[in-house]
Design a binder for this molecule. Structure first.
Ligand SMILES: NC(=O)c1ccc[n+]([C@@H]2O[C@H](COP(=O)([O-])OP(=O)(O)OC[C@H]3O[C@@H](n4cnc5c(N)ncnc54)[C@H](OP(=O)(O)O)[C@@H]3O)[C@@H](O)[C@H]2O)c1
Length: 346
């Protein structure tokens, strides 16, 4: 029986990784699309990449909704969620109902894989599917979908994946099952040419998430609040440099206290991150600024709100992050109010 993998949310990151996993023999890779559905049904995906070249990829099955994936009756080995993480807009875990079979006894069941930025993205899935394995993935990649079905991979492919265990998860059997499913997925990615796919433990993966949060929480809202600055421009401004460093240091000192494990010495310091940003003269913009410029909702709950709340539950405050969160949240609320007002005048 071929392995059945479903990517839910086949945008820049989802379609890119789906096309790499699909290189494996005996592996069916299907997708749930939304606005790119018609283009993908007609022509499949075209992926352009400096690393992998220019290639076409047609998914095994292309669905226009989770409901049609459900109706296919396929028993999925992996359901990979690669939508934007917007818990304040929609609870995507609900859409997975009927697509996930539980792992019990000798049955492996479906592993839910989350390739999303932010913290606390696993909780809604762990609560809704207590008997399924949850695999948590953080990627450092740059990809976009400039037109429906065209995935432009720009650079980087690093993806760390680790099993996620909630506090209620005490069964050794389910932990071993999730760890094996995690290892298998990393092997599929490696065989698909993703050389820096890394299998991590639960704790290490949570530290990787926090480390990426340090970068995202500093650069993303600051780019929007400062009126549309790209990364290097912010790092080149002396006051903004201090601000970015202050935010990153706040997260990097709080995270080990929350997780209970120190960062490994190989993780970059705030100074190293800023040095590397100063060297990158490509004018790259953080994803939150790109979303803001195209009028899309911002991933501010998982990048700012959840880290603040998770740290607060353990008795730690992050005042720099809290200020950024309050300001950007109100900026988004004001934009929505302006849009509503404009609509009501039509
Ligand atoms: N792009 C990058 O370089 C990059 C790098 C690192 C991490 N990430 C993270 O990876 C995650 C995915 O980002 P992305 O850039 O790939 O976003 P994206 O290009 O917007 O892709 C998300 C896809 O999910 C689809 N989708 C959302 N809700 C859906 C639903 N209910 N049913 C079916 N499809 C649905 C979207 O469809 P519509 O087009 O209709 O909205 C879109 O095609 C985010 O958490 C992001 O922060 C991205």
């Amino acid at each position: 029986m071929p392995l059945e993998i479903l990517f839910f949310g086949a945008g820049a990151i989802g379609a890119f990784y789906a096309s790499r996993v699909a290189v494996n023999p005996d592996t069916n890779v299907s997708v749930v699309c939304r606005s790119n559905y018609s283009a993908v049904v007609k022509h499949g995906f075209r992926i352009t990449s400096p690393q992998y070249g220019d290639y076409q990829w047609t998914p095994t099955r292309t669905f226009n909704s989770a409901e049609s994936a459900r109706q296919s009756g396929v028993r999925w080995d992996y359901v990979v969620v690669s939508t934007k993480a917007l818990p304040n807009v929609s609870d995507d875990s609900k859409l997975l109902e009927g697509l996930v079979s539980p792992g019990t006894g000798t049955a492996t069941g479906t592993a839910i894989v989350l390739i999303q930025n932010g913290l606390g993205v696993e909780q809604p899935y762990a609560r809704r599917f207590p008997h399924a394995s949850i695999l948590s993935a953080v990627t450092v990649a740059s990809a976009a979908q400039p037109s429906n079905g065209h995935i432009k991979h720009n650079r980087w492919t690093r993806i760390n994946i680790g099993p996620f265990f909630s506090d209620a998860d005490t069964s050794l059997e389910s932990k071993e099952r999730a760890t094996a499913q995690n290892r298998r997925l990393v092997q599929l990615l490696a065989k698909g040419g993703i050389k820096d796919a890394i299998a991590d433990t639960h704790e290490k993966l949570q530290l990787v998430r926090w480390h990426k949060i340090a970068i995202n929480a500093a650069f993303n809202p600051s780019a929007v609040l400062s009126g549309g600055s790209h990364n290097q421009a912010m790092a080149s401004d002396p006051e903004l440099y201090l601000h970015l460093k202050g935010v990153m240091d706040e997260v990097l000192t709080t995270a080990p206290r929350v997780v209970g494990t120190p960062f490994p010495p190989s993780f970059a310091s705030s100074d190293a991150i800023l040095r590397s940003t100063l060297r990158n003269k490509s004018g790259s913009k953080p994803s939150m600024l790109l979303d803001w410029e195209s009028g899309k909702p911002l991933e501010l709950e998982v990048i700012l709100g959840n880290p603040i709340r998770i740290a607060r539950e353990k008795g730690y405050e992050m005042p720099r992050l809290q200020s950024l969160y309050a300001l950007i949240k109100m900026k988004e609320t004001n934009r929505e109010a302006r849009e509503e007002k404009a609509k009501s005048k039509l």
